[in-house]
Design a protein. Structure first.
Length: 105
């Protein structure tokens, strides 16, 4: 782990997690909980020394990077010792949803 690296979840990203959880929990609370856990765990790879840029540049806005966990795209940006998570999106949804996000576009 990098000594000073820190992951920061923006409010829109936290809201994305809540939306995902709420939607999936309508079918299965257990699966919803596991899905959110996997998404959060995926971001922790960014704290490993040298792994901040492990994600690919985002195809919608190359100023951001992305990780994929299952059907979810995790969009983040690196600012010195901070890894800022800007959003989590279901890759099965239409990309126009992303174009309405001011903090990413």
């Amino acid at each position: 782990m990098e000594k000073n690296a820190k992951i920061i979840w923006t409010e829109p990203a936290k809201n994305d997690l809540k939306y995902i959880f709420d939607f999936i929990s309508g079918f299965s609370y257990k699966i919803a909980d596991k899905t959110i856990e996997k998404i959060i765990e995926k971001t922790e790879i960014l704290l490993v020394k040298g792994f901040k840029q492990v994600g690919q540049k985002d195809e919608i806005n190359p100023n951001y990077r992305r990780l994929i966990e299952g059907n979810y795209k995790i969009v983040y940006k690196i600012k010195s010792d901070k890894i800022i998570i800007h959003g989590v999106f279901d890759t099965r949804e239409h990309p126009d949803k992303l174009e309405n996000r001011d903090e990413i576009i």
